[in-house]
Design a protein around this ligand. Structure first.
Ligand code: PRX
Length: 702
């Protein structure tokens, strides 16, 4: 069974009802200054003007050579945008601002320790840093256009420097979220075929200087196991001249950047004019199978898309101070901390640490100190800050004109706190729905032109034409849930999955393509993997993943990856990972395991499984609970019924289990798990109808 195929019991058959929220209109002060305030924009981006409408985005960039063709759709679904054109992303994000913004801050980096001052890096300084590091990459590391390099860097200003230095040469960067484990990084090094790893010795997180270099050694061991040797590890030091890690540097392989860079001081490297379709970076994400997917993003199409959406949807002006609190290790950070904002010549803030360190007032102190006027974060961060510091925002004198939420559905109640308390009722909010694969926004209100509706991401963004299909490919009526697809290509869509073009087709296009030989893009809707409902006003509510992916704090975790991690514990016979509703993180992961004969269920075993998930993936995937059960509920063909387990964990109805091979086990598991949860005071609140539908259909391909 391929990843895109699902059981016929579909989301579309689950009627979903919710109370329609009232519209909230943007403040007049926002509308007055907005980049997109003329409704004529909707006509310019109307379907009749597709694909030429996207020229408006491409023209926001500086091209070395203009394109011949806007969209080359001759080899579906491998779309090529602005072909014949040549450009350089580093030039667009740095050099072109030197003429009028050389001494303006490009980046303001805020270290986590509050005793340390923020560091402002001007466009001119960024230019020199990027050039020097590009010289090092070319002459010391021997990298050239088309080579891949893996980055495993935390939230420091050096990370965008490295990305832009790669982009200057056409080297394809693949940044792995700093919180991922060494093993996870190693798998991505091997998959991308990187010969060079760029990392840092340590970084501050919740008050501790974390040893990060140790993960480089683990990563290299794992990559070698998978057949990929790494020749050089470039190690930035959090405090130049002092080494924050316990692991020794390996002679001839590991190099401190602050030492090597000395010989490249003052060097200038001409930006390479790259074909529009040259890959800019890989961003790995999770899917149904264990092997991560390297979403490959292009130079011309991607940069056009993130620049255009940053201008219109983030309302970024060069004079703004823009802060996206996401991590650059995720797509949000690539598109909306680094490439979009810098392409527009604004000031983008990078914060090293956790939002509530040393207390829940920290984000608002940063906003006050730096004069942040555009703020961007996730529902998880908002829920957490609301819980731990509901009155903090009022204590600080900052003023946001614009706020974003991204990555997960936001509850209307949480949205209202964000609006009233964080935004002080002065800011417009955009709820942006999109994915690693899509490069930029798919669903959001255009802030000056469409009202906000709490809990809905809004209509499709301009130039995006969605449809919600049932399992048979019929469009579902408004108010009914189905699988949301995008009918047309757009410049930000990934080009392919690195090294897995068949998987690119099977995961995203096979499901709703009726003729694999068709050369007409209309026959290739993009299957996003999300359930959604459209209201009669055209606003979408995203219900969550329809595949085996759990969205924890806005981060996608594949159940198969977690299960494979649990199965590395020799005593474990079977493993199943399921989501539980979590009031802060949206969803958390619970893992059920059964042991091989002769082994005993005990705390040590629970710890082993937990550790295995941390080692294989990272702390982010750490299970909330590990339950050791005698057996898993299974179908007669031996498949684990994840939806039954998920129902137990969430205290919802397990449905009819009489056709299982071992129905009696369900009561036993329910008794064990639920009584333990009751004893720990860990009983979830009553689920909403949509949450219940999600849990009861979880893992439904089995
Ligand atoms: O399920 C959707 C959810 O996050 C998934 C994409 O995750 P990722 O690739 O990690 O990218 C996250 C940042 C863009 C989607 O398939 N999602 C994303 N944004 C929203 C959302 N769910 C509801 N509302 C959103 N605004």
């Amino acid at each position: 069974m391929t990843e895109s195929q699902q059981d016929p019991v579909s989301e579309s058959q689950i009627a979903v009802h919710w109370r329609e929220e009232e519209y909230i209109y943007p403040p007049e002060s926002f509308v007055q200054q907005a980049n997109a305030a003329d409704p004529a924009i909707f006509d310019r981006f109307d379907e009749k003007n597709f694909p030429d409408c996207f020229v408006e985005y491409a023209e926001m960039l500086s091209w070395d050579k203009k394109w011949d063709t806007v969209l080359d759709a001759s080899n579906p679904p491998f779309w090529k945008w602005f072909t014949g054109g040549r450009l350089n992303a580093s030039y667009n994000c740095v050099d072109r601002h030197l003429a009028d913004k050389a001494n303006k801050a490009a980046l303001i980096w805020v270290p986590e320790p509050e005793s340390a001052e923020p560091v402002a890096i001007t466009y001119r300084d960024l230019y020199h840093r990027v050039n020097e590091f590009a010289a090092l990459l070319r002459d010391f590391a021997g990298l050239k256009a088309g080579d891949r390099v893996t980055l495993h860097m935390p939230m420091v200003a050096e990370l965008p420097v490295v990305m832009l230095a790669c982009a200057r040469l056409g080297v394809v960067h693949s940044e792995v979220f700093g919180g991922f484990s060494g093993n996870a990084c190693g798998t991505r090094i091997a998959d991308s075929g990187s010969r060079v790893l760029i990392t840092m010795d340590g970084y501050y997180r919740s008050g501790t200087l974390v040893d990060h270099k140790v993960k480089a050694d683990e990563a290299l061991a794992e990559a070698a196991k998978q057949g990929q040797e790494v020749d050089k590890v470039l190690v930035w030091r959090r405090h130049a001249g002092e080494y924050a890690s316990q692991t020794p540097m390996v002679t001839g392989r590991d190099f401190f950047v602050d030492e090597v860079i000395a010989q490249y001081r003052g060097q200038i490297v001409d930006p390479v004019p790259l074909p529009s379709e040259a890959p800019l970076f890989l961003m790995y994400t999770s899917g149904t199978t264990g092997r991560p997917k390297g979403a490959q993003h292009s130079t011309g199409g991607y940069l056009s898309y993130v620049t255009g959406t940053s201008r219109y949807y983030q309302d970024i002006h060069p004079e703004d101070t823009y802060w996206c609190m996401a991590d650059i290790g995720w797509i949000t950070g690539h598109s909306y901390i680094v490439y979009g904002p810098l392409s527009l010549g604004t000031t983008t803030v990078i914060y090293e640490g956790t939002p509530n360190y040393p207390d829940a007032g920290r984000p608002w102190r940063i906003a006050e100190r730096l004069g942040v006027n555009i703020f961007h974060t996730s529902p998880t961060a908002i829920r957490m800050l609301r819980k731990v510091g509901p009155d903090e925002p009022a204590k600080y004198d900052y003023h946001f004109k614009h706020m974003t939420t991204v990555g997960e559905p936001i509850e209307p109640e949480v949205w209202r706190w964000y609006h009233k308390t964080v935004g002080k009722g002065e800011a417009v909010i955009v709820d942006t729905w999109w994915q690693t694969e899509t490069g930029g926004f798919l669903g959001s209100s255009l802030p000056a032109l469409k009202p906000m509706k709490p809990g809905s991401c809004g209509p499709a963004v301009i130039g995006i034409f969605p449809a919600i299909y049932d399992e048979t490919g019929e469009e579902v009526p408004d108010g009914k849930a189905g699988n949301i697809c995008i009918r047309n290509p757009w410049p930000g869509i990934m080009q392919t999955i690195w090294g897995q073009p068949e998987r690119f087709i099977s995961v995203y296009y096979e499901k709703y393509n009726k003729d694999p030989d068709s050369k007409d893009w209309h026959d290739w809707p993009y299957f996003a993997g999300d359930g959604a409902v459209r209201a009669p006003d055209g606003y979408y509510r995203i219900l969550g993943r329809v595949d085996d992916v759990i969205n924890v704090a806005g981060h996608r975790l594949g159940t198969k990856e977690i299960e494979s991690a649990a199965l590395t514990v020799p005593e474990v016979a079977e493993a199943a990972a399921v989501p539980v509703i979590d009031d802060i993180r949206g969803r958390a992961v619970e893992v059920y395991v059964s042991l091989k004969p002769g082994y005993e269920a005990n705390q040590e075993m629970v710890d082993k499984v937990t550790r295995s998930v941390e080692v294989e993936i990272g702390k982010i995937a750490r299970p909330k609970n590990v339950w050791i059960v005698q057996d898993m509920p299974k179908t007669r063909s031996g498949k684990i019924m994840r939806r039954v387990i998920a129902a137990v964990s969430n205290f919802t109805d397990t449905g009819d289990v009489t056709t299982l091979a071992n129905p009696e086990i369900v009561d036993q598991i329910r008794h064990e798990v639920q009584s333990a949860k009751v004893a720990r005071g860990d009983v979830p609140r009553e689920l909403t109808e949509t949450e219940r539908a999600e849990i009861q259909s979880f893992g439904k391909e089995e």
